[in-house]
Design a protein around this ligand. Structure first.
Ligand SMILES: [Zn+2]
Length: 303
């Protein structure tokens, strides 16, 4: 099994993350590590040759908040990097949306400015920051650019000041510390919404960059949004390159070796406040239901 995190928070969340899913606190994260160690969950994963903990999107907050704790509990982790954002070259779409929503909520509070923005965008600024972020994420790029201009948001300036993503130097330190680095696509698209050619490009190019930058051999790859391609051609094409060690995707607890990817359990969003043992119990129930469903389907196909 592999537990999936994006970032661990302590105190205030940064503006590029504040409008997104709930995350684990440092205290809860340490409780998770204690539980994982006590139940030997790390050994079970290690036997199957993957880390029990993983972080997606290459955010600096996970580097700052977690390394010492992981070392304290002697636990391995894999960090999956979105290569376009590596070294703070670009702000990911969802992080830019959160940042815009944060600025709209904190700086544009007068009725006059609210009406001005609402007239450009036809979205209501009175909704909470999370639903506002969601609406901004769905806007066409043209409207996002227009919005950034009207609120004088310079994404590059934010990247230079805040440095939200891991840098080559930080990743080298992680590798020296025994952690694993994986690829998580170039531009973080939803693989269910892009063509087969784009899926192959996003996988190969991101893995190649990680391989080249850090002198690594085979690279683990995690699908953005846990969306695994359903076309077997994708897997056969990627296999030919010999670049990827294993794939990580889709929500789930138990790895069936016939699956071309390793399932993961998200410890965020609706799970962010739950103790890890409760999350596992919940997952077992869901997994059982999935199993019964598949079984029913198989039985029906024989009748
Ligand atoms: Zn991601």
């Amino acid at each position: 099994m592999q537990f999936l995190y994006h970032y661990i928070h302590s105190g205030k969340k940064p503006p590029h993350l504040i409008g997104l899913y709930n995350s684990r606190s440092v205290e809860k994260f340490e409780q998770d590590l204690r539980f994982i160690k006590k139940k030997n969950l790390d050994r079970i994963s290690k036997k199957m040759r993957f880390s029990v903990i993983s972080f997606d999107d290459g955010l600096t907050t996970c580097f700052e908040q977690t390394i010492e704790l992981l070392k304290k509990y002697q636990l391995e982790a894999t960090f999956f990097i979105v290569t376009n954002t590596l070294n703070n070259k670009a702000l990911a779409h969802e992080h830019l949306s959160s940042l815009i929503a944060h600025l709209l909520k904190t700086k544009y509070t007068s009725q006059k400015s609210i009406s001005q923005i609402e007239s450009i965008l036809s979205i209501s600024l009175t909704q909470n920051i999370r639903s506002l972020t969601k609406e901004i994420r769905l806007l066409p790029q043209k409207n996002i650019d227009e919005l950034c201009k009207s609120i004088q948001l310079d994404a590059q300036d934010y990247l230079d000041r805040e440095k939200p993503y891991l840098t080559n130097c930080q990743i080298e330190k992680l590798i020296e510390g025994g952690f694993t680095i994986g690829a998580h696509s170039c531009s973080h698209p939803n693989f269910a919404e892009i063509s087969l050619e784009e899926q192959i490009y996003e996988t190969i190019e991101s893995a190649k960059l990680i391989q080249k930058n850090f002198g690594l051999k085979k690279i683990p790859f995690a699908f953005p949004y846990l969306r695994v391609p359903d076309n077997p051609v994708y897997f056969s094409e990627i296999k030919k390159t010999g670049l990827i060690s294993e794939f990580y995707g889709q929500h789930g607890l138990i790895w069936d070796k016939s699956l071309p990817f390793i399932p993961r359990i998200s410890i965020e969003a609706e799970n962010a406040e739950l103790p890890i043992n409760v999350i596992l119990k919940k997952e077992k129930k869901i997994q059982r239901k999935r199993f019964v469903k598949t079984l029913n389907r198989k039985i029906k196909s024989f009748i």
